[in-house]
Design a binder for this molecule. Structure first.
Ligand SMILES: *Cc1c(COP(=O)(O)O)cnc(C)c1O
Length: 372
């Protein structure tokens, strides 16, 4: 037992600025009474994000799931879309809600992202797109995926919900594919309470996406598509602007915690820390470990032991999306098709990581895992 029984430690805790710093933003909103529909904070936040992330065009949304739904609508994706079973359910749900059939492809055992070498075998005449996930914020093999997409004439929509601020080869990972979708949910590295965004490559696409998230309105009398209401409010946009000021420091603190776990767990037999790619541009959104057969406890036994000590780690991503009732009957959801994802889902635990997590707590979590 540790002292942390007193106050539970969760897998994450949202970073919030001092409350008084948000008051002037609220006063501004109260003054100009523009609450939503592309207001001044919405515009400022879009511009600020383009600058911070190093992307050309961004369209803000109420949440990441509506952004995923709209991304698929904007490219008129139909038929079948190739995706990963090792993700949060919203990835595949966004396909089903669009009447699209998800086709699951196994993951790479090192990156835990969709295995590009297995994509081609899953392509059929109905395939129109690939929807990979930068799982835990670790970049997919973006070049290989683009090469396959180009060869077969497929679109690529990245579920980049975990990849805020991540760069690869000197530029934002969000610049790859046709579209990338972010989430600013409370549990993500960067939050606006709820929120999301689509990153696209040109002004024309952004305009179309902006119409779609506003019921399809182009002006007060013209509706060009069966759009939805996905607009981010001024409160969330203003909050996002303020949050941007603290994001570098927040990621820096996450980086220190990541390093502390890696160091502390490096000699624990049977514990593998996922993906030490040494990327300077990682966002340290999660700290996944794999509990392998040579560890004295099963994954679930370690998970329970942590809970008994007040440490509420999470088994992201277990169960696999392909094991949920609305997917499991599909041929691509069969166990034999997804052996790597199945194995990893049975081994993974995401340990607590967030800027305010004290180093002493990280030490005692390491202790609980290492102590026999
Ligand atoms: C969080 C998340 C989403 C959904 O984003 P919301 O903003 O919560 O709607 C989608 N995909 C992945 C991989 C996620 O982690």
């Amino acid at each position: 037992m540790t002292e942390h029984n007193k106050s539970p430690v969760y897998v994450t805790q949202p970073a919030l600025p001092p409350l008084e710093e948000f008051i002037p933003y609220l006063e501004e909103i109260w003054k100009n009474k523009w609450l939503t529909n592309n207001g001044p904070f919405h515009q400022q936040f879009e511009n600020a994000l383009c600058g911070y992330l190093g992307v050309g065009h961004i369209s803000l949304f109420t949440n990441g799931t509506l952004a995923l739904l709209t991304a698929l609508q904007s490219l008129r994706i139909t038929g079948e879309v190739i995706t990963t079973p090792y993700s949060f359910v919203a990835t595949a749900h966004s396909l089903l809600w669009n009447g699209i059939k998800p086709v699951f492809v196994d993951i790479d055992p090192v990156s835990l992202n969709i295995d590009p070498e297995k994509i081609e075998a899953a392509i059929t005449p109905h395939t129109t797109a690939i929807m990979p996930v930068h799982c835990y914020g670790h970049p997919c093999d973006v070049e290989r995926i683009q090469e396959i997409a180009d060869n077969y004439g497929l679109k690529v929509i990245y579920d980049a919900a975990h990849a805020f601020g991540v760069r690869c080869q000197g530029s934002s990972v969000l610049n790859h594919g046709d579209l990338s979708v972010l989430s600013f949910h409370a549990t993500k590295v960067f939050n606006t309470f709820e929120g999301g965004a689509i990153i696209c490559k040109d002004e024309k696409t952004k305009k179309h996406i902006d119409h779609l998230k506003n019921f399809g309105f182009v002006n007060d009398v013209t509706v060009v598509a069966p759009g939805i209401n996905g607009k981010m409010s001024e409160i969330n946009a203003a909050f996002g602007l303020l949050q941007l000021k603290g994001i570098d420091e927040a990621i820096q603190k996450r980086r220190q915690i990541d390093a502390q776990y890696r160091q502390g767990l490096s000699n624990v037999a049977g514990i593998h820390c996922v993906n030490d790619t040494g990327e300077k541009t990682a966002n340290h959104a999660y700290f996944p470990i794999l509990v392998r057969a040579d560890y004295p406890l099963s994954r679930d036994a370690l998970y329970n032991k942590l809970q008994e000590n007040g440490i509420y780690a999470r088994r992201y991503f277990y169960p696999l999306i392909s094991d949920f009732p609305m997917y499991r009957g599909m041929p691509s959801a069969a166990q034999e098709n997804l052996p790597v994802a199945k194995e990893i889902a049975g081994q993974v635990i995401c340990l607590p990581i967030y800027p305010a997590l004290p180093i002493e707590t990280v030490d005692s979590i390491i202790q609980i895992i290492a102590d026999f």
